[in-house]
Design a protein around this ligand. Structure first.
Ligand code: 9MR
Length: 373
């Protein structure tokens, strides 16, 4: 069945949207008197665990260690956390001779103290090398520098990180390079063999961590070229013997984009056929294309979340879901992709004041209806 969210009216809620919304438990969201011990309020982590899945969220050290409501929200709903920026290359190695794991270590300790699983994000990413690496990355020593960084980072967290995004966002068909790799010097010089080397380095640095390739924009109708490119890339990586365990699907969704359930279902099963686990690693739903009305935005965002997660959780290779934050208050989207009317986006499960939004109930409902693993 084809669901063209792009054609939903944005002023009035049509019957299909209403039904999806109702199915997502959105009615419950409008009941302001709900109590914490009611079944409808059962935390997301428990609902996920019941199905053999894991619910997690991205965290940022700033609010995590200064804002009680933020920390409470994380501890209530999440069984897994991933640092938003703290493990990236720029903050962890500000100069060639100096490593700084202060914030990343604090988050790792927080995970341990609270018995949360920890994802590592991310060892190899074209977007985040510190300024001092620029000339070296472009030179013949570039691949070695990147590999050494991956090795050192992953080794530092050995035994503490359950799963690493070893390589992030390496596919860019628009760059017109061999194998659809991104136009970045280490990829230009080493190709997929270099990426396989990154995975080998990661496995050596922490033999017990699960190793993921992480990427975006594989969900919608107009992203078929990226689906094809990523599938063939993963296939080649596997056939070269790279120790890769899973594919992280970022899931930065767009309310009102054209989503075909069958196309996405098929894509997930093709990834699974490669013997890979799948995790949605960065879910949020941008409302940039929607009219300002809050109720309407929340309803459409929740309905889209539910529709997407229902397809995702039906694929047995899927192991869980991580949202790119719990609360609208700290979403990257406000700066990364601002609305034209300058209103704040309502893209995450909790609003700016940590109240549950229809999106929270949509995730809850998707877990409740997910087949057990
Ligand atoms: O949310 C992150 C934002 O705070 C950073 O400025 C940005 C650059 O490091 O990265 C954002 O997170 C990205 C993630 O690391 C990879 N996938 C896309 C995310 C949103 O841009």
């Amino acid at each position: 069945m084809r669901n063209n969210i792009g054609q939903w009216p944005t002023k009035h809620i049509d019957r299909r949207t209403f039904l999806l919304a109702a199915g997502a438990g959105i009615a419950a969201a409008s009941v302001q008197v709900s109590r914490a011990d009611e079944p409808s309020e059962t935390p997301l982590r428990q609902r996920a665990e019941k199905k053999g899945l894991v619910f997690g969220t991205e965290v940022n050290a700033g609010p995590l260690f200064s804002l009680k409501q933020y920390q409470d929200a994380v501890l209530r709903d999440a069984a897994m956390i991933v640092p938003e920026n703290e493990m990236k290359w720029r903050p962890t190695q500000p100069t060639a001779r100096q490593s700084n794991y202060f914030n990343a270590d604090r988050i790792a300790k927080f995970a341990k103290d609270n018995m949360l699983l920890l994802r590592g994000h991310t060892a190899v990413w074209h977007q985040n090398p510190p300024a001092w690496t620029k000339d070296i990355i472009g030179s013949d020593d570039g691949q070695t520098l990147v590999l050494d960084h991956a090795r050192e980072l992953i080794n530092h967290f050995r035994g503490r990180v359950m799963e690493w995004d070893v390589v992030n966002e390496a596919i860019a068909p628009e760059d017109d390079m061999p194998d659809n790799l991104r136009n970045w010097a280490p990829y230009n010089k080493g190709g997929i063999d270099f990426i396989a080397d990154c995975f080998h380095a990661a496995r050596e640095a922490d033999p017990n961590a699960n190793l993921y390739y992480n990427d975006y924009s594989v969900y919608y109708q107009n992203q078929g070229h990226r689906r094809d490119a990523i599938l063939s890339f993963l296939e080649k990586l596997k056939s070269k013997g790279a120790p890769i365990d899973g594919f992280g699907i970022q899931s930065h969704l767009i309310a009102n984009a054209e989503f075909d359930e069958n196309v996405y279902r098929r894509f997930l099963s093709e990834v699974a056929d490669l013997g890979l686990k799948i995790r949605a690693t960065e879910l949020d739903v941008s409302d940039v294309r929607l009219e300002p009305d809050i109720k309407l935005r929340d309803t459409i965002v929740a309905a889209h979340t539910k529709q997407y997660l229902d397809v995702l959780f039906n694929e047995p290779a899927v192991v869980g879901l991580v949202t790119w934050g719990m609360t609208d208050r700290f979403s990257w989207l406000h700066k990364g992709w601002p609305r034209k009317d300058h209103l704040r986006q309502r893209c995450l499960p909790l609003d700016d004041n940590f109240a549950k939004k229809p999106m929270w109930y949509a995730i809850a409902d998707a877990f409740d209806h997910a087949p057990s693993r």
